[in-house]
Write a protein that binds this ligand. Structure first.
Ligand code: PLP
Length: 506
């Protein structure tokens, strides 16, 4: 492809993206897909001869798009947002266009240095403690990882290596394998699956401690677990706390957890994959309590900071602990500025060797939106979630399961789990909005999350109308079926509750 054709292809692709995003509300958020629908429409081999890019874009429109779930749609209300913005999309294009890798400073100095700059900008924007900045006097700093899972794994592996070294110093009678066999880590039973997975990958058991009734993990629970383990000869290594759990966006008590971690010299990592965006808001300053005492933390810019996947920020109070744990050198990786002037070689801060120029899309996003634009985005999601919460509370057929937290509302139709499952099934079949359910203490509930590049109050109205009208339809069908068979008395408890509420409101 020559440059003229490349230009044409590029312009057409930008048009394609803009048309897709600007008309995203016209598509069902969930596809009409059946397994293998895409596989069966595509050839089994790479085409032998080059095809025209127009043919490729045509197939993208007619074969691929109908098989996609539209994550940037405002009617995508599942999981947590995977955010995006014009600046970050162009940033991603420029990253690919420039095509550099930046595993060490010499590989592409500006790639490393721009990351140092944007990570310090972000730390200041989120009002993180000074010691997390590259510009601070100490050994702290931030790095961009691909995902929260990678950030957590890096923290777990570094904490593990530090613990092995320090325990062997104080217990020279134990072999390395004996020490490794005794290591143990902690998190809450509400933490994300990636934390348990980090334990599997690090070959270190992670005890998932019971969160309180309010789904918060506190220091006293951690202390009890650590004391039990120490008494039985185990070696506590790291506690991974969460600010903004995946199920209900609960916030672990970082202050009491840090007191216990300090007492037992246990690394404290905070996974703030979603909620970290709210650190920037003065009205959410409570969320930052205790962060001055943690060893490391992560926040996904791809969730709440309008940067497209993948982009997960991680900060370390002492980056040397990670560098010392992961430093594996080869002659071809050396350069004359290594270890000087605190310029990091980020390959030591991560799992892979190669690394993307993600800082470029962060820089472009931050500059094109400004700090004010970023704060407004987080505030808008909170406001839209409040709007949804109000609609739930006004309808007596529904109940909230947990207090609204940032852009997440956990709610359910009153009654048993069956009606929640049936309502969700119905909504998924209709494909107009996409939510997922979660469960706590045996009760299933629906999670409504404000997502999308540009959600509006009218989108919340749309989602609510869809939800409440489908509950009405479900209840009506059930009551008609029961009346037909003369089995009103047999209506299960959940339908009776709703039938009564519904009939009263008619
Ligand atoms: N931690 C929390 C609290 C999450 O909610 C999620 C995903 O939603 C993750 C970690 C995993 O994030 P990632 O996909 O970036 O690994």
């Amino acid at each position: 492809m020559d440059f003229d054709e490349f230009r044409e292809f590029g312009h057409a692709s930008i048009e394609f993206i803009i048309n897709y995003l600007s008309s995203i509300r016209e598509r069902n958020v969930l596809p009409n897909a059946v397994p293998y629908a895409v596989v069966n429409q595509l050839p089994k081999e790479i085409p032998e001869q080059p095809e025209h890019w127009r043919e490729v874009l045509k197939d993208l429109e007619s074969i691929i798009l109908p098989g996609l779930t539209h994550w940037q749609s405002p009617y995508f209300n599942a999981f947590y947002p995977s955010s995006s913005s014009a600046g970050s999309i162009i940033g991603e294009l420029l990253i690919a266009g420039i095509g550099v890798l930046g595993f060490s400073w010499i590989c592409s100095p500006a790639c490393t240095e721009l990351e140092v700059v944007v990570m310090d900008w972000l730390a200041k924007f989120l009002k993180l403690p000074e010691h997390f900045l590259h510009a601070s006097e100490g050994p702290g700093g931030g790095v961009i990882q691909g995902s929260a899972s990678e950030a957590v794994l890096v923290a777990v592996l570094a904490a593990r290596e530090q613990a092995v070294v320090s325990y062997r110093e104080s217990h020279p009678e134990l072999s390395e394998s004996e020490v490794r066999g005794r290591l143990v880590a902690y998190s809450s039973d509400q933490s994300n699956s990636c934390i348990e997975k980090a334990g599997v990958l690090a070959a270190m058991p992670i005890r998932l401690l019971p969160a309180g009734e309010d789904l918060v993990l506190r220091g006293e629970t951690l202390k009890k677990a650590i004391e039990e383990d120490v008494a039985s000869g185990r070696i506590p290594v790291i506690c991974i706390a969460t600010l903004g759990t995946t199920g209900t966006c609960a916030y672990d008590d970082i202050e009491t957890l840090s007191t216990v971690c300090e007492e037992f010299k246990v690394w404290l990592h905070v996974d703030a994959a979603y909620a970290g965006g709210a650190f920037a808001l003065e009205e959410c300053s409570d969320l930052r309590k205790g962060l001055d005492r943690v060893d490391s933390l992560n926040f996904n810019l791809h969730k709440f900071m309008l940067v497209n996947f993948d982009c997960s920020a991680m900060w370390l109070r002492d980056a040397n602990k990670v560098v010392d744990s992961f430093n594996v050198d080869r002659i071809y990786l050396k350069h004359k500025h290594e270890g000087q002037s605190q310029i990091p070689d980020f390959r030591h801060w991560q799992i892979p060797l190669g690394r993307r120029f993600r800082a470029l899309k962060v820089w472009i996003t931050f500059r094109t939106l400004g700090a004010e634009g970023l704060r407004n985005h987080v505030r808008k999601h909170i406001e839209l979630a409040k709007q949804f919460e109000e609609l739930v509370t006004k309808d007596s057929r529904f109940e909230l399961v947990a207090p609204r937290a940032l852009g997440l509302v956990c709610f359910r139709p009153k009654g048993d789990n069956e009606i929640t499952a049936q309502l969700l099934h119905r909504l998924m079949e209709r494909k107009k909005i996409y939510m997922v359910k979660a469960e706590h203490a045996g009760r299933q509930f629906l999670r409504f999350v404000v997502c999308g590049m540009d959600s509006k109050p009218s989108d919340i109205e749309f989602a609510w109308t869809e939800i409440e009208s489908q509950l009405t339809a479900l209840l009506t069908e059930q009551s008609l079926a029961a009346r037909k068979t003369g089995n009103v008395a047999d209506l299960t408890q959940h339908f009776k509750i709703h039938l009564n509420d519904h009939e009263k409101s008619q």
